[in-house]
Design a protein around this ligand. Structure first.
Ligand code: CTP
Ligand code: MG
Length: 559
């Protein structure tokens, strides 16, 4: 089962991830598949947020009895869920059935007396469990849930045990995607931060966005958070005809200045009062001001922004695309993993292509298939109902929220074919003149002189990949070309032979991850073509791409 349907009941999960059956369209056409009705993005987020509010994060001793642990917490109310994990020490997430249990737990919790220092008496939901007496080492070890992704070597070994490229790509998603527990922990960290910001703005909500919620998150990815102050403004809009009161407020010269000032105060509180929050940096002059910090007990790198509703809508859009067809996620996970393995993307900000850009590029590519695998953003807007209407800062961000209104065309391409053609498509894309535009699902002419132009889905004047320079784009294109060439060699697509030392030669997606591909020497070094000079290999590759590219252009022209 794909875990991205988390938050849905088990039955819904099965429905959502199984092959979507062809059903009749209301007009009687049998050609389209409709996506089955499932919970909306907002409903899933709201459910998770509410669960997090009923949860606590507990630092545990090295050895303890799980039974005694649960007995202790159950005294404060029914424990709905709990799990353990390691992050420089043992931790537990405990979710109660009722929020009152948290109050009861806090009631019986004391502020520690610290030697030679003084404690900031901020009562958060990050607690330490003290286990009196000598701890027995005979306690059975609880099951600790992994929160980190496997390394690239382990991933490659796992992939080599599969029997086809399609199996490899599905396995990759299952291995890298966020787990149920990891998503819960992310929402809990946001909720803990919400308690800090709530000291000033009680109605505020800190919501995760980006890859935590867009269905493309990989274990270990950062937690992007928005400080949502809408709850405050909602109350002030109620106007009656009689007498009324208004709060006296301080004002700033612009919305941006107010956001900066709020974030700077919240950042300061996180730094000075936030247990477990370290390395707090206020990056307030950025286009999108953020407070960046590490949350040690969870091991998460966090970016807190405010007033960034469009980014939340982009997360919903990607979530929607990720839910329409399981192949979308498999392809995005593969491309992201491939890009990371070859340092096309990086965790350090710079002139690199980002995961967000790559995801939009995959969506665009899938819109170009024949028949198209994904609808355009304009189509998602057409299908929207009155309650979906959404305008943010003058940008129309309306998209349909009910997936069952979306009809998909029948496209039966295998993942192997899709990945191969993704590389061919971008290995041959006219980046010098064309802009990638998922709203229209068609290339548009580039409005400005950026190396890579990807129109922001909801803010048409913005380029998502403005940071990318020509050198980084060229590396990406070269790698696409080499990977396309590698996949054109049929022997690379079948399980590799077992060597005398028991190892399996890299094949399929594992071959694409090999570092030698990026350097141009290629995995071919183990095969017959090893003697062929690199220059002639590249020339052959370019020739083959030109032909394929020509076909692609012709098809698009006739469509
Ligand atoms: N975003 C955007 N425009 C950009 C960069 C980011 O709108 N140029 C928004 C997107 O909604 C994106 C979110 O900000 O999903 C978070 O950005 P980032 O952390 O860079 O990307 P993620 O999608 O979260 O991917 P990653 O796993 O790399 O964190
Ligand atoms: Mg992110």
């Amino acid at each position: 089962l794909d875990r991205f349907c988390l938050g849905l009941e088990p039955q819904t999960q099965r429905r959502c991830t199984s092959t979507i059956p062809a059903i009749k369209t209301p007009t009687g056409s049998k050609t389209a598949d409709f996506v089955k009705k499932s919970k909306t993005f907002q409903a899933i987020q709201e459910e998770r947020r509410e669960q997090a509010e009923r949860s606590v994060l507990i630092s545990c001793p090295a050895k303890f009895s799980e039974k005694k642990f649960l007995d202790f917490f159950s005294k404060h109310g029914t424990v709905n869920k709990h799990f353990f994990y390691n992050s420089f020490g043992a931790y537990a997430v405990v979710e109660f059935s009722n929020k009152e249990s948290i109050a009861s737990l806090k009631e019986s919790t004391g502020i520690p007396a610290v030697d030679h220092e003084a404690a900031v008496p901020f009562k958060s939901r990050l607690l330490s469990l003290k286990w009196p007496g000598i701890q027995s080492s005979n306690y059975p070890t609880p099951n600790f849930k992994e929160q980190s992704p496997p390394n690239i070597g382990d991933i490659s070994n796992l992939l080599l045990q599969k029997h086809s490229v399609d199996e490899q790509l599905r396995c990759l998603t299952e291995t890298l995607q966020l787990t149920e527990e990891n998503i819960s922990l992310r929402f809990l960290v946001c909720s803990l931060l919400g308690d800090i910001a709530g000291a000033y703005f009680p109605e505020c909500i800190i919501r995760p966005f980006g890859s935590t919620v867009n269905s493309f998150g990989k274990l270990g990815c950062d937690v992007d958070m928005i400080l949502d102050l809408d709850g405050i403004y909602a109350r002030s809009q109620k106007k009656g005809s009689g007498l009324s009161l208004e709060y006296q407020v301080k004002t700033g010269p612009s919305e941006r200045a107010v956001t900066q000032s709020i974030l700077s105060v919240v950042g300061k509180c996180v730094d000075q009062f936030g247990p477990g929050c370290v390395g707090v940096q206020n990056i307030l002059q950025a286009r999108c001001p953020i407070v960046r910090f590490a949350h040690q007990p969870s091991g998460f790198q966090c970016d807190l922004t405010a007033n960034n509703k469009v980014a939340m809508k982009s997360s919903e859009l990607l979530f929607l695309y990720g839910h329409l067809d399981p192949r979308v996620r498999h392809l995005v996970f593969s491309v992201r993993c491939w890009a990371r393995a070859h340092s096309i993307t990086s965790s350090i900000p710079g002139a690199w292509i980002t995961n967000f850009s790559l995801t939009v590029m995959v969506v665009f590519f899938l819109q170009q298939r024949s028949p198209a695998m994904l609808p355009t953003l304009d189509r998602l807007k057409e299908l929207a109902g009155p309650s979906d209407k959404c305008v943010i800062e003058g940008n129309d961000c309306t998209i349909v929220s009910d997936l069952s209104k979306i009809a998909l065309q029948k496209n039966t391409d295998t993942l192997e074919k899709l990945l191969q053609e993704f590389f061919e498509f971008y290995g041959n894309f006219p980046f010098n003149k064309a802009s990638i535009n998922i709203r229209k699902g068609k290339e548009q002419s580039k409005p400005e002189a950026a190396a890579l132009h990807i129109q922001n889905p909801f803010e048409a004047t913005l380029n998502v990949s403005k940071n990318v320079n020509a050198a980084q784009l060229e590396r990406f294109v070269k790698l696409c070309q080499e990977s396309a060439w590698l996949f054109q060699q049929k022997e690379n697509l079948e399980p590799g032979s077992t060597q005398s030392n028991g190892s399996v030669s890299p094949w399929g997606f594992a071959a694409l991850l090999a570092p030698s591909v990026a350097s141009g020497t290629g995995v071919k070094s183990r095969r017959k073509k090893k003697t062929e000079p690199a220059s002639s290999r590249i020339k052959n590759l370019l020739d083959s791409l030109k032909i394929k590219g020509g076909e692609t252009v012709a098809k698009k022209g006739s469509a």
